[in-house]
Design a protein around this ligand. Structure first.
Ligand SMILES: Nc1ncnc2c1ncn2[C@@H]1O[C@H](COP(=O)(O)OP(=O)(O)OP(=O)(O)O)[C@@H](O)[C@H]1O
Length: 302
């Protein structure tokens, strides 16, 4: 488990992380979200002992990273896929990491297979595309077969197949009981990958909740209806306490009544329904609304 407790970090006048507390539990993928500059990478660096907090603590399995006796076997991380010596091959990059951590050559071969780089492992890393570099970074994170994984934007630069691969890999690692902390700006992908979310803005915690609760609590689902007798139905639904709003293509969006009850009311009044379906908000919709106030860099709106 990763525990972040009242963690703060300031660079000059920039408050990067501000009294941040959360836990990352084993057996699930925890998505770490926040707009550009929110403090995600800083938090990850603080957890990994690559920077010193002004106050607060970050521990892995109850210990500060610097106190871990065998860090590569306990925590795997990917912070910057390009942080590889360009003249060194993928294989040799992993080999020196392995040898300096008493990890076998066969494990190097295994992780290269796992990330799909076995055939190109002897090419110099400078010839690697961003997607290949990301795969190499994931291989390095997995080298010590660690129980905890911390990955900053691992899907960055991956093609469609690669994105799906990383999703399956992360979910599989969590299923094995590992602790997986993952940042990404790809909301649709995060929605498919993460079980739990930690959302930050301007260094502060905005949300710490299971994915389904995060979406449902922040934007309760609505029911979409379409009916040739919409006017009568809407009247009945309003009387039953529903809020009715317009939808697209002659549909109406109903809130405040469960879907089954809407169906029952229609049936009770012999109203024909051509559509009765639940409309859930997407993670992207809820996330954008929640982080609106903490977005630092904004392009022109068209
Ligand atoms: N080494 C540093 N020196 C000075 N300022 C820094 C340093 N590292 C981060 N910052 C600042 O701290 C804030 C948080 O940055 P951080 O990289 O942690 O955000 P992030 O959420 O990872 O953003 P992104 O999504 O763009 O990667 C930013 O304002 C950034 O400019």
């Amino acid at each position: 488990m990763i525990e972040v407790n009242e963690l703060s970090k300031t660079y000059g006048r920039t408050v990067a992380v501000d009294r941040l507390s959360f836990q990352v539990k084993p057996g699930r993928v925890t998505g770490f979200l926040g707009p550009n500059g929110a403090g995600k990478s800083t938090t990850m660096r603080l957890i990994l002992g690559l920077d010193t907090p002004d106050s607060g603590t970050a521990t892995v399995g109850g210990l500060a990273y610097a106190s871990l006796t065998d860090p590569m076997r306990q925590v795997g991380c990917l912070l910057d896929a390009r942080a590889v010596h360009g003249g060194r091959s993928g294989y040799h990059h992993l080999l020196w990491l392995a040898q300096s951590n008493r990890i076998t050559r066969s494990r190097v071969a295994r992780v290269l297979e796992l990330v799909g780089l076995a055939d190109v492992a002897h090419r110099p890393a400078r010839q690697f595309s961003l997607g290949m570099a990301q795969r190499l970074g994931v291989a390095a994170a997995l080298l010590g077969d660690p129980a905890v994984l911390i990955l900053d934007e691992p899907a960055n630069g991956l093609d469609t197949d690669g994105i799906r691969w990383i999703r399956d890999l992360m979910r599989g690692l969590a299923r094995e009981g590992r602790t997986v902390l993952l940042s990404s700006h790809l909301m649709s992908e995060m929605e498919l990958t993460a079980d739990h979310l930690v959302v930050i803005g301007q260094g502060r915690l905005l949300a710490d909740a299971p994915m389904t609760d995060f979406i449902e609590v922040n934007s309760p689902s609505a029911t979409l209806i379409r009916s040739p007798q919409a006017a009568i139905l809407i009247q009945q639904l309003a009387q039953a306490g529903a809020t009715v709003g317009p939808g697209v293509d002659g549909e109406f969006e109903i809130r405040g009544l469960p879907r089954a009850e809407i169906g029952d009311i229609a049936a009770a009044h012999q109203i024909t329904l051509h559509k009765l379906s639940t409309r859930r908000s997407t993670l992207e919709e809820v996330y954008l609304r929640m982080t609106e106030a903490s977005v630092e860099f904004r392009g022109e709106q068209r």
